[in-house]
Write a protein of this length. Structure first.
Length: 337
């Protein structure tokens, strides 16, 4: 089993818990609310169908995103990068909790030589490309290759519980009166009513919590900063491209329909080893443009190495971090807010 999939102590239990929540919400909505409560309340069939399509669409996208975030490797240091460092005799600096653009650093935990924005995840016991945090809900580290799926998971999960709450809340009084107070000793019907109301209460709380999570992570991706990097202040963010959509493209790829699906970016703007910076001139390089549209992810391709050479060798004059990290300075155990 790859190291990135090794969960924390209760990781598998958290995955089972999350899936039980997904399935319970779907069952209540599709087997209690849509076919029983709405027809009894006199809601037109067209409205029932529309609500079913809306909820199940965002629910399926949320579950799909969860599986992709959980079982996609976040990305670790490629062998080609190690060879590149050796071939060009790159200077390897000490890792520090600050911006270190265009600089190879040595991990204080595993002693690996890392590219920019790579950090060590203690839970996974490896260095992760553009690491954001370790997520206990998916029981895996969130890095360059699964960050998009995590963001879609948070967004579609928020939308699914929001649709659940907004559509079901108006029927609470009806369910209390008809299913609970007038249940006429119908225990199964009363039990379904209690479960239904409980799910509404839970969806209200989840809507707030997930909405807050989406807001926090959206503000970070708009600024092209990770959960680890948002506290860095030694220099201005070297990866902020000045436009929100360009910053988002560093995770989602160049804008297209694939932005909204938990699939690999069709036209990725980075390979996870080097990242475009504002004002970077790629004219004549054959590898992209100053807008950040760098569309290669082949670690062994010539364009990829050309990109690394330009950023790590030719751009070695960029501001570097000066202070070394302490013994535990770069070990990361960040979890979801």
């Amino acid at each position: 089993m790859p190291a990135a999939f090794v969960p924390h102590r209760y990781g598998i239990l958290m995955v089972a818990f999350c899936m039980s929540v997904f399935l319970t919400g779907s069952a209540v909505y599709n087997f209690i609310y849509l076919p029983q409560i709405l027809p009894e309340a006199g809601v037109p069939l067209g409205v029932t169908i529309a609500l079913g399509v809306l909820f199940n669409s965002v629910w399926l996208l949320a579950v799909w995103s969860y599986f992709r975030a959980r079982w996609t490797h976040p990305g670790t240091i490629p062998e080609r990068w190690i060879e590149f460092v050796q071939d060009y005799c790159l200077a390897v600096g000490s890792s520090a909790q600050e911006w270190q653009p265009a600089q190879a650093t040595r991990c204080s935990k595993c002693s690996g030589v890392r590219p920019e924005r790579t950090h060590h995840c203690s839970a996974s016991n490896m260095c992760v490309l553009r690491m954001d945090h370790y997520c206990p809900w998916t029981a895996t580290c969130i890095g360059f290759h699964n960050h998009k799926y995590f963001l879609l998971l948070a967004t579609y999960n928020f939308l699914s519980v929001l649709v659940f709450f907004i559509s079901t809340a108006p029927t609470v009084l009806y369910v209390v009166q008809k299913w609970l107070l007038q249940a006429n000793a119908d225990a199964p019907r009363a039990a379904q009513g209690v479960l239904f109301i409980l799910c509404i209460v839970v969806s209200a709380g989840c809507s707030y919590l997930l909405g807050e999570m989406v807001y926090v992570h959206a503000s970070r991706i708009f600024a092209n900063v990770t959960s680890i990097e948002e506290s860095y202040n030694n220099i201005p963010n070297p990866y902020d491209l000045g436009e929100r959509w360009l910053n988002v493209a560093q995770v989602f790829g160049t804008f297209g329909p694939d932005w909204f699906l938990p699939i690999a970016p069709w036209r990725p703007a980075s390979d996870g080893v080097s990242f475009v910076r504002l004002g970077e001139d790629w004219s004549g390089s054959g590898s992209g443009s100053e807008s950040g549209d760098v569309e290669t992810v082949d670690y062994n391709g010539p364009d990829c190495e050309h990109m690394w050479h330009k950023r790590y060798v030719q751009n070695s004059h960029l501001p570097m971090a000066t202070k070394a990290a302490d013994d535990g300075g770069d070990s990361t155990d960040s979890t979801d807010a």
